[in-house]
Write a protein that binds this ligand. Structure first.
Ligand code: DON
Length: 307
């Protein structure tokens, strides 16, 4: 029997579908253009670890930028806040996700944009970790957030690598400013593998709820990172997670969140709920159209707005 919560999620999905099929599937990574634009999954995880899911909840897709808050959490856990702040800032950039958004001192403006995420990837693991060690620590760490072993989609990873000129340029720039600890090629390679990890909306909901539970995975019980780390990550998600649309998002939905180009979206409301959504058609900011709509409804219906 379907629970009333699952039926409610079904109704939210249906109302978002009825609102139209606007938006475009990302195509700058050739493999992503192959996605079925009509896929639409929605999941919610509560503080006791119960996961409710609706629609294409079993479909796996690459995590892309939704990996960024979790890699940031691992960097903070491994190197400490002060050290991470030496390399990457916490201010919204007001620019698209792949811009050269550097402060005067050479720090990327925040860890949610590509230039800051490449820098952050290289900060995961203990001081002196090799690029391979950082990349494996990211995979294992994100798996701990999800509560299962995550794997790389090698086809998407190869496709992105072949077209990663812009990220490579960003990495060289930040390296030239002394803010990238690895060789640019290695950092982009590892970051691309990070973005190619496969997840479904249930994973996203659990990962989001782990951040919202002070770092303790509500399903496995593992303390993945500290509560202090989560406070830092959620704060940066609140101001920078939705790129140029961050202000609009925070006023209308009011939940710290992160979006990604494959069409994933996660929302993390401290102490209450983790939300995962997937629908590949994106708006002009690179956010999933139906994912945003679904979160607007959930926030309004359940009074989730933080303010
Ligand atoms: O680096 C990139 O361009 C992609 N791997 C991730 C970008 C992304 O998901 C931006 N999100 N809206």
């Amino acid at each position: 029997m379907r629970s009333p919560v699952t039926e409610y999620l079904d109704a939210v999905r249906e109302s978002c579908i009825a609102d139209g099929d606007d938006g475009e599937v990302a195509s700058y990574i050739p493999e992503l253009a192959e996605a079925d634009p009509d896929l639409f999954g929605l999941a919610m995880c509560t503080i006791d670890g119960t996961v409710y899911a609706s629609g294409d909840a079993e479909h796996r897709f690459t995590i892309q930028s939704l990996s960024k808050p979790f890699a940031y959490a691992l960097a903070l856990a491994d190197r400490g806040r002060d050290e991470v702040l030496r390399f990457v800032g916490v201010e919204p950039s007001g620019d698209p996700f792949n811009e050269i958004s550097l402060e005067d001192n050479g720090r990327p403006r925040n860890p949610m944009i590509n230039i800051g995420a490449i820098t952050t990837h290289a900060l995961v693991g203990p001081e002196g970790a090799t690029a391979e060690e950082s990349t494996e620590r990211v995979r294992a760490g994100l798996s701990a957030f999800a509560g299962r072993q995550l794997e790389v989609d090698e086809a998407v990873c190869a496709s992105e690598r072949e077209t990663a000129d812009r990220n490579m340029a960003l990495a060289y720039l930040v390296r030239a400013r002394g803010k990238l600890q690895d060789e640019p090629h290695d950092a982009v390679d590892g970051y691309t593998r990070q973005c190619s990890l496969l997840v479904d909306v249930r994973d996203l909901a659990v990962m989001a709820m782990t951040l919202a539970s002070g770092g303790r995975n509500p399903v496995t019980g593992e303390q993945v990172v500290s509560a202090r780390v989560c406070t830092q990550v959620l704060s940066v998600m609140a101001t920078c997670g939705m790129y140029d649309a961050a202000g609009d998002w925070m006023t209308s939905v009011g939940i710290p969140a992160k979006s990604g180009v494959s069409g994933g979206l996660l929302g993390s409301l401290p102490g209450q709920v983790g939300i995962g959504a997937f629908s590949p058609r994106l708006d002009g900011f690179g956010n999933s159209v139906r994912g945003v709509r679904a979160c607007e409804r959930l926030s309004e219906d359940m009074g989730l707005h933080l303010m």
